[in-house]
Design a protein. Structure first.
Length: 319
């Protein structure tokens, strides 16, 4: 763990400090300046006065509850094996596609673990229900493995079902550290879960998280996460889903941002969202009976770099 990360951990773990205020301090002061200011109670009170003067803290807002140094050191020790990096919106290293697509709705910061080169590769988002049937899960794994082998990064969450099947398809490949790789974006903090071994050397996976390192699963964070997944993908593939839920949110955001949309399809017993999106013409079907190379060809045919600025909002969505 780099010593310079400690002041940023203190800001992020502070209670009552809005994300906009954290971003302002982190991008307008150097790590040594922050460390000096946070070292004493007087320095922390001075930071709060500055934030109130600049409008990042309302005058009537309660005092900020700052974490103690021992808690920050304990957190730093837990993070050390993962070698995380902080990416701040508007600063080098932050995914340009995320910032150009979401603007000020993009997360103020991201925790990055694993090879950052995967953020620069063409990427396909794969989403679907936790209750996806086995045949459709197999298709998700086969598609993900084929995409990664073609140099395309697979972006998904970390929920059971379609998300996990997509990552597993890449990680079971002959060399998951090479080619397109896989990018996981969980709806919880980096330290809250049992998937961290994938992030340890040899770095078989890259992960982005949006909240405090030890944050548990939160529904509101899942919605933000789905928006990020849709924005980072050059296109989105829906494995299987009902008309409501996290996958439906991701589909809506992908359409909002003008991303090509694909759905797995079968002659009978098609999931409700897949059926409606294909019938409406909003999504191109990927037939479950076809070989993965045909799915890859269809996706590559539609794959172009997304626009560098947010598209005009669409008034209606097919879900």
């Amino acid at each position: 763990m780099k010593i310079s990360l400690a002041p940023y951990l203190t800001l992020i773990e502070a209670r009552g400090l809005p994300a906009a205020a954290i971003h302002f301090l982190a991008t307008h002061r150097t790590a040594p300046e922050l460390a000096d200011a946070l070292a004493t109670p007087a320095g922390r009170r001075a930071l709060e006065r500055d934030l109130r003067a600049t409008g990042f803290l309302r005058p009537a807002r309660p005092r900020v509850a700052w974490p103690d140094d021992a808690a920050i050191q304990h957190l730093a020790d837990r993070l050390a094996p993962l070698q995380p990096r902080l990416l701040w919106r508007g600063r080098p290293g932050y995914p340009p596609l995320l910032e150009s697509s979401l603007g000020h709705q993009a997360p103020e910061w991201l925790w990055l673990m694993g090879p950052e080169g995967r953020l620069a590769r063409p990427a396909i988002a794969i989403v679907g229900s936790r209750e996806t049937p086995p045949r459709w899960l197999t298709a998700a794994s086969r598609l993900a493995a084929t995409l990664a082998a073609a140099g395309i990064c697979v972006v998904s969450g970390m929920a059971p079902g379609a998300d996990s099947a997509a990552h597993a398809g890449v990680l079971r490949g002959p060399d998951p550290c090479q080619a397109g790789g896989t990018l996981a974006i969980p709806a919880r903090g980096l330290l809250h879960g049992d998937w961290t071994p994938c992030l340890l050397p040899p770095r078989r996976m890259t992960a982005l998280t949006l909240d405090r390192p030890a944050a548990p699963f939160q529904a509101s964070l899942a919605i933000r996460r789905n928006h990020v997944i849709a924005a980072l993908g050059w296109a989105l593939v829906l494995v299987a889903s009902d008309l409501r839920g996290g996958s439906a949110y991701a589909v809506q955001w992908a359409l909002h941002h003008g991303r090509p949309l694909f759905c797995f399809a079968a002659p009978r017993a098609m999931p409700p969202a897949n059926r409606q999106l294909i019938r409406s013409g909003a999504a191109q079907p990927l037939n479950l009976a076809d070989p993965p190379q045909s799915w890859l060809a269809a996706i590559q045919h539609a794959l172009t770099p997304p626009p560098s600025s947010p598209p005009t909002p669409q008034p209606t969505l097919p879900l």
